[in-house]
Design a protein around this ligand. Structure first.
Ligand SMILES: Nc1ncnc2c1ncn2[C@@H]1O[C@H](COP(=O)(O)OP(=O)(O)OP(=O)(O)O)[C@@H](O)[C@H]1O
Ligand SMILES: O=C(O)[C@H](O)[C@@H](O)[C@H](O)[C@H](O)CO
Length: 161
């Protein structure tokens, strides 16, 4: 989880491969209307994200053996929606500063998400502090290092944590 550009896709691909789990790319499940809004520079609202989160929840339910999901999951209520579908869900939070996020997104010329929206991601972000099963990571570290930390954490976390 984390804002646009924090490295969700890059790190999750490595984690999924190392854990031998399916990868669910959250962005692929946005309805066209959401993608159009973002491409036009309009930030998504809670209402825009509600159906998308329901879809992602269903994707998790469909994989009881586990999966690696990339999802911005910016607000506590969004994370609670996903946890309700997948009890025990773990969140790796790629914590990145606004300037670095904007620089990364601006460099991606082919992506639908414009860098002008990065500030709105930080406005929406409710950091997952004091929530269960959360690993905070410095997203400036190398993707391989981040993936290694996630894999180690997810293998060691007790089921009851
Ligand atoms: N740890 C990293 N160090 C340096 N650059 C990175 C790192 N992780 C990702 N990047 C680069 O930053 C950009 C965004 O990465 P990525 O697409 O993985 O982020 P994301 O969180 O999935 O973004 P979005 O939600 O907008 O799709 C890419 O150009 C990627 O190569
Ligand atoms: O909740 C959101 O606002 C969205 O999921 C965004 O995070 C983008 O889809 C993603 O970052 C693509 O760049």
């Amino acid at each position: 989880m984390g804002v646009s550009g924090c490295g969700k896709s890059s790190v999750a691909a490595l984690v999924a491969r190392q854990l031998g789990l399916p990868l669910i790319e959250g962005d692929e499940f946005h309805p066209p209307s959401n993608r159009e809004r973002m491409a036009q520079g309009i930030a998504l609202t809670d209402g825009d994200r509600a159906g998308w989160l329901d879809t992602l929840a269903a994707e998790l339910v469909a994989r009881p053996q586990g999966a690696v999901l990339t999802c911005s999951a910016l607000k506590a209520s969004y994370r609670d929606r996903l946890r309700a579908a997948a009890p025990g869900l773990q969140f790796a939070w790629l914590d990145l500063d606004p300037a670095a996020a904007e620089a990364r997104v601006a460099q991606r010329s082919t992506h639908f998400f414009p860098s002008t929206l990065v500030a709105t991601q930080f406005a929406a972000l409710e950091p997952p502090l004091d929530e269960p099963r959360v690993l905070r990571l410095d997203a400036l570290l190398a993707a391989e290092e981040l993936a290694g930390r996630v894999v180690q954490w997810t293998r060691n976390i007790p089921a009851s944590a």
